[in-house]
Design a protein around this ligand. Structure first.
Ligand SMILES: Nc1ncnc2c1ncn2[C@@H]1O[C@H](COP(=O)(O)OP(=O)(O)OP(=O)(O)O)[C@@H](O)[C@H]1O
Length: 271
């Protein structure tokens, strides 16, 4: 490994549309530098898996893109809008184009599932209550939750159901891009596989672009079109998962060629 980022644009890249374009991103917390000069493109319609060791800044990257963390330097464009310096109107417009499901759901605990899903509609759309309710129920069905869960509070749901409810809320405004932070963390293997299937199905049916922070090798093999590895404060390497085993870097080697990776790879190929 010569240490150079393996992110040189190819001719195929030039033909794809970057719905997210991150350039020269630097994030610091006091003396700690989390990202330094990080570049990343996310292509329309892909499922991108963002991986890396603990503390490499996967969540900080996600939070920077959706405007919840102010970087020290760099630029971030989502659907052509400058997320860091755009006008308030641009920001509101762009916020309607994405949905975010955080690791622990981050649902409003005092609202029911349906009220949670309706919350972004109340904020961004001028719709009658009846219409919001109908759309909310539709999103709840779409993620495979029974309609009986509409009137439950988050504390009355299982962990897996909470994740689905968070996904329903992320889909509330018919977004083009969905951000998922460790969507299968804490789920049992069957629940995690079912959640992966759901994401894959929704991505295809709705034409979503999915930015997924994950540690889950099964998810990477099952649904990700491309993987971006965060290491050494930047995107060290990106590309199809098959490429990762050839990358000469200790963390990448350990992660992508260990026994868990081999098992996930076999599962992903259906063998
Ligand atoms: N608001 C903050 N204030 C100070 N430090 C922070 C803040 N947010 C994140 N950090 C630090 O930035 C680093 C990257 O955090 P981040 O949560 O992005 O890591 P991660 O790659 O998602 O890790 P994990 O896989 O363990 O979830 C960590 O060292 C974390 O402590």
């Amino acid at each position: 490994m010569d240490g150079a980022p393996d992110t040189q644009p190819t001719r195929a890249d030039a033909q794809r549309e970057a719905v997210i374009r991150v350039r020269g991103l630097t994030n610091r917390f006091g003396p700690q530098v989390v990202h330094e000069n990080l570049d990343l493109d996310v292509w329309r319609g892909e499922v991108l898996g963002v991986v890396g060791g603990s503390g490499t800044g996967k969540s900080v990257l996600l939070r920077s893109i959706v405007g919840l963390n102010k970087p020290a330097a760099g630029s971030i464009e989502v659907l052509g809008v400058d997320v860091l310096h755009g006008s308030d109107a641009d920001r509101r417009r762009i916020e309607k184009s994405w949905g975010v499901a955080f690791q622990y759901g981050a649902l409003f605990s005092s609202l029911t599932v349906l009220q949670n899903v309706m919350a972004p509609m109340r904020e961004h759309l001028k719709l009658s209550k009846g219409l919001m309710r109908a759309l909310g129920e539709l999103k709840i069905s779409l993620v495979g939750l029974p309609l009986s869960s509409c009137n439950k509070f988050p504390s009355e749901l299982s962990g897996g159901m909470r994740k689905r409810a968070a996904l329903a809320r992320a889909l509330a405004l018919d977004p083009e891009i969905v951000f998922l932070d460790e969507p299968t963390a804490g789920l049992d293997p069957i629940g995690a596989a079912a959640y992966d299937d759901l994401i894959g199905e929704l991505q295809r049916a709705l034409g979503l672009t999915v930015f997924m922070v994950t540690h889950d090798l099964d998810s990477l093999y099952a649904i990700c079109d491309r993987v971006a590895v965060l290491a050494e404060k930047r995107v060290l390497v990106e590309g199809p998962i098959e490429k990762m085993a050839t990358v000469d870097h200790p963390w990448v080697q350990e992660y992508f060629t260990g026994p868990r990776a081999r098992a996930a790879s076999n599962k992903g190929r259906g063998s």
